[in-house]
Design a protein around this ligand. Structure first.
Ligand SMILES: Cc1cc2nc3c(=O)[nH]c(=O)nc-3n(C[C@H](O)[C@H](O)[C@H](O)COP(=O)(O)OP(=O)(O)OC[C@H]3O[C@@H](n4cnc5c(N)ncnc54)[C@H](O)[C@@H]3O)c2cc1C
Length: 606
């Protein structure tokens, strides 16, 4: 996405400074033709109005014709004149927002954000043309991938009367003994958390305390970074992904973070409705409400208090003194200055494997069918680019609609879509402790700014085999691109070591017992699993038309909050099929997460 700014140029320049990636300036309007015909096509033009001529518009709109174009006009009186010249050829034309009492910097940011949103809406408007049919409850939806994203979606669709058929490349997770074959939902431990910040943007350039994050994917875990691969071994696609993470401008990262939190908030409402609508799915799945958030430092605690208050999820602030009184086990962490204070926030945890088991049963009760061990390989299209069928190991798959949610997709299934190459893997690790007396009653999130496993979810649970009350610790970040790491690498070992250190620091008694018994990793298996991550932190939601007016939807990539956001994505799927609007269609449009072209970069630039 690229801006051309030919109005208020000095103001934009002074605010953006050296952050002008994705923005071209043109103060002298005689240079507009050169800018418009430059190397990168312009998507959004912020103009005064008077400088826009028919000839310039023809040149601008003649380039990259499949991509939507948007105009923001600073002199609103000029809009009717510009509209005449446009002849409906742009997807959006708006007046530049009024500055009113805003500072220059907040006005520039809100103008760029408004332009970017028009552009994202343009992509969705294109997709909505495919909605020619009324959805029919008898229609079949083929869902590819049986992770949490598609299972919740399938349940939403089946409840609305659609016939659902779910295909997964891997074995049935309820009976599969080898966890290393499974996707992230089934492959990790039996625990997931919902909080209002569960999915997040890790692009923190605007934050004064998280600036160190900018190059976090360029360092391996052995050097305190978030990569399991040394940058020298990155492929071109991985270089593009990491560069795109780093080059997301601050103003854009800021609005994307708000968008991610917006989807989390929508999901919170939907989880509540879900628990009311289908309480049986949430019984017997180790559901625990209200999350205790622990912070190692005051500065991070203060920042989190502000964020959670803003999101409306803050329930209580707890001092060190109150914390130790209620949970004496934390005294050692306070003494060693590893615990500054805590918050209680809205949220919940559950045993995801138990929940998934119930979801699968319920989908089958509603007439849904599952096919395991069947890899889907290709989206087949006709000459007009419309989808005709999916090719799978077991032959062609037909349906009225398709939903592909395959997590980190490694087999080229998404080739030729806007989502191709956007989702890479960022691994996390697990360990288990006994929940000793005095027992922890709330699930916990521990934040240690700058640490190798910066955020750790501690879920109160019960071990299904031993029936023992346990704490399941999951966290850590290890970028793996599209690879599957070998369990033996020192980089992966470093993540396990750090998680062990966290266990020792915050739960010393439980840690000692688990260490003595050798049960930190039940059955000796050091489990890890790989989250689907985009470089912006946004999930993806792509809508491609089928030859008969149906939809092929691609979802996923929801980073650390795939479980948390699942019902918001499920609702967006139902609405897309019904031809209705949902904010996720725009907010998670894959063009917003588009990678910088890999050809511009080489390993030498890393
Ligand atoms: C340590 C750790 C802790 C986490 N904790 C939380 C948490 O507390 N809260 C939270 O919200 N999120 C959490 N997450 C993230 C969350 O688990 C994921 O975002 C979520 O499970 C992703 O689900 P998914 O359905 O998108 O992907 P997956 O679960 O990977 O599902 C994708 C499925 O597609 C199948 N598939 C792939 N390719 C094909 C193909 N070609 N054909 C057919 N099938 C295919 C795979 O077999 C797989 O079953 C955590 C992640 C980690 C690593």
């Amino acid at each position: 996405m690229k801006f051309l700014i030919s109005a208020n140029v000095p103001k934009f320049r002074s605010v953006l400074g050296n952050e002008s990636f994705r923005v071209s300036f043109c103060q002298d309007h005689s240079g507009l033709a050169a800018q418009i015909n430059g190397l990168d096509a312009i998507d959004i033009w912020v103009c005064e109005g008077g400088e826009v001529t028919e000839e310039l518009l023809d040149q601008w709109l003649g380039r990259d014709q499949d991509s939507p174009k948007a105009l923001l006009v600073s002199d609103a009186k000029q809009i009717p004149e510009v509209e005449k010249l446009l002849k409906n050829r742009v997807t959006g034309i708006h007046a530049v927002p009024k500055q009113e009492n805003q500072s220059d910097s907040s006005w520039v940011v809100s103008t760029l954000q408004a332009g970017e949103m028009l552009y994202a809406q343009g992509w969705v408007r294109g997709a909505l043309h495919h909605n020619e049919n009324d959805p029919n409850a008898d229609e079949t939806v083929v869902l590819v991938g049986a992770g949490i994203m598609n299972l919740v979606t399938a349940e939403f669709l089946a409840t609305r009367g659609f016939r659902v058929r779910i295909i997964d490349a891997n074995p049935d997770p309820r009976t599969c003994k080898d966890w290393s074959h499974l996707g992230v939902t089934h492959g990790g431990f039996n625990a997931r958390m919902f909080t209002y910040t569960e999915a997040d943007s890790y692009n923190e350039r605007s934050s004064s305390i998280y600036r160190h994050m900018r190059h976090v994917f360029r360092k391996t875990s052995l050097n305190g970074g978030w990569s399991l691969k040394p940058p020298s071994s990155f492929t071109a696609a991985e270089i593009a992904w990491v560069n795109s993470f780093e080059q997301t401008p601050t103003w854009l990262a800021q609005s994307m973070k708000e968008d991610i939190y917006f989807v989390n908030r929508e999901a919170a409402k939907l989880w509540d409705e879900y628990m009311d609508r289908a309480p049986e799915l949430f019984n017997g799945v180790s559901l625990h409400a209200d999350i205790l958030r622990l912070y190692a430092e005051d500065v991070a605690l203060d920042a989190a208090t502000e964020v959670n208050r803003g999101l409306g999820s803050l329930m209580d602030e707890i001092s060190q003194f109150e914390l130790v009184r209620e949970y004496p086990g934390f005294a050692a962490a306070v003494r060693s200055k590893e615990l500054a204070g805590a918050l209680v926030v809205q949220g919940f945890t559950l045993g995801i494997h138990l929940f998934v088991g119930k979801l699968i049963d319920r989908i089958m009760e509603l007439g849904g069918e599952f096919t395991w061990n069947c890899s889907v390989q290709r989206i087949r299209r006709n000459a007009a680019g419309e989808v005709t069928l999916l090719e799978s190991q077991m032959g062609p798959l037909h349906g009225n609609h398709f939903v592909i949610s395959t997590g980190v997709t490694r087999n080229g299934l998404l080739d030729g879509t806007a989502s191709e190459g956007l989702v890479h893997g960022v691994l996390g690790v697990w360990l288990q402790l006994p929940n000793l007396d005095p027992m922890i009653r709330n699930s916990i999130k521990i934040h240690r700014r700058g640490s190798l496993v910066e955020d750790i979810n501690v879920t109160v649970s019960r071990n299904a085999q031993t029936n023992e009350e346990v704490l399941l610790l999951g966290g850590g970040y290890g970028y793996v691109g599209l690879d599957h790491p070998s369990p033996e690498t020192p980089e992966l070992q470093a993540l396990f070591d750090e998680l062990e250190r966290v266990a020792h620091t915050y739960f010393p008694a439980g840690y000692r017992v688990a260490k003595e018994r050798g049960t930190l990793w039940p059955e000796g298996e050091r489990k890890f699993c790989i989250r689907p991550f985009t470089c912006t932190g946004l999930g993806i939601f792509e809508d491609i038309g089928t030859a008969w007016g149906g939809h092929l939807l691609i979802t996923g990539g929801n980073n650390t909050g795939g479980f948390a956001q699942a019902p918001a994505i499920a609702r967006a799927v139902c609405r897309a099929i019904a031809g209705e609007h949902d904010p996720v269609h725009v907010l998670f449009n894959p063009h917003r997460s588009k990678l910088a072209s890999p050809v511009q970069y080489s390993n030498a630039s890393l």
